[in-house]
Design a protein around this ligand. Structure first.
Ligand code: F3S
Length: 61
């Protein structure tokens, strides 16, 4: 499973709060997924983060 953050991100940081193992804010105030592929034990949290993004900026495939 892979996660990516689109340019729709508004920097609300919910993803980082929910799953800091995968998402972190970069220097521009935008989230990045910095572990890919997502380790199996983090898949559920990663999906939770994606589902809680207010602008649906996180794509999982
Ligand atoms: Fe951006 Fe959504 Fe995360 S707005 S900071 S990708 S929760």
């Amino acid at each position: 499973m892979y996660a990516s953050v689109s340019s729709d991100c508004i920097g609300c940081a919910a993803c980082e709060s929910i799953c800091p193992q995968v998402f972190r804010m970069n220097g521009f105030g935008i989230a990045e997924a910095y572990i890919n592929p997502i380790p199996q034990e983090l898949e559920k949290l990663t999906k939770d983060a994606a589902n809680n993004c207010p602008v649906e900026a996180i794509t999982i495939e």
